[in-house]
Design a protein around this ligand. Structure first.
Ligand SMILES: [Mg+2]
Length: 213
């Protein structure tokens, strides 16, 4: 699919699948968050993505480009979701399209740039670094891999990047949290996976699964 492009409908399909994913994993993500946080991660994401999917048809209809669709969807996450995850994921989608304004189709290098811009926005908003037991522990190593392999076969590269993100989520288990509510737990956070790192690799996996179709 080096020649293949991703269109606005692709992103619409991804958002719809992400909403399904959030429903399916609501209890699982909430359980992870109740171990070391306030137990609302899955509930928050399901509320947010329900809003996104509820307005998806209208947003597909009423936007001219990929940027517009992602921005409207991100704004919904930002406004409907409480906790830290709403603003973070909201920023991800809002900033994802900032370099593809006016485009209705993009190629893989542009897609990588979009993921990079989205993750940069999460990092900026969360003011966090690698190794602080956050979603960035999943996202940053995967983005670095994508950028290094941007010219290679997209599906292969994306598959590996998602695998790296998944490992990144696992890597949060032995960490002490330096951000978020889990920070207060100190060493008691050790042994628990960061819920945001788990939801983020799973959400990125949706892009991969849709690319395979
Ligand atoms: Mg929480």
């Amino acid at each position: 699919m080096n020649e293949r492009t991703l269109d606005k409908q692709f992103f619409g399909n991804c958002l719809s699948k992400m909403a399904e994913l959030a429903e399916e994993n609501r209890d699982y993500w909430t359980k992870l968050d109740s171990d070391i946080g306030d137990g609302d991660h899955g509930i928050n994401l399901s509320i947010g993505f329900r809003a996104v999917s509820g307005q998806l048809a209208e947003n597909l209809e009423n936007t001219d480009d990929i940027t517009g669709l992602l921005k409207k969807s991100g704004m919904l996450l930002l406004s409907k979701v409480g906790g830290a995850s709403g603003p973070l994921y909201g920023s991800f989608f809002i900033k994802m399209g900032k370099d593809v304004v006016g485009k209705t189709t993009i190629n893989f290098p542009e897609f990588v740039g979009m993921i990079k811009n989205g993750v940069d926005a999460i990092q900026f908003r969360g003011k966090s670094e690698l190794g602080e037991k956050t979603m960035l522990d999943a996202l940053l190593p995967g983005v670095a891999y994508l950028e290094e392999h941007i010219e290679e076969e997209p599906l292969v590269v994306m598959e590996q990047a998602v695998a790296i993100m998944r490992e990144g989520a696992e890597s949060t288990i032995p960490l002490i949290a330096k951000k978020g509510r889990a920070m207060r737990l100190g060493e008691r956070a050790i042994g628990h996976k960061d819920p945001g790192s788990e939801s983020s690799w799973m959400l990125m996996n949706v892009f991969l699964e849709e690319m395979k179709k």
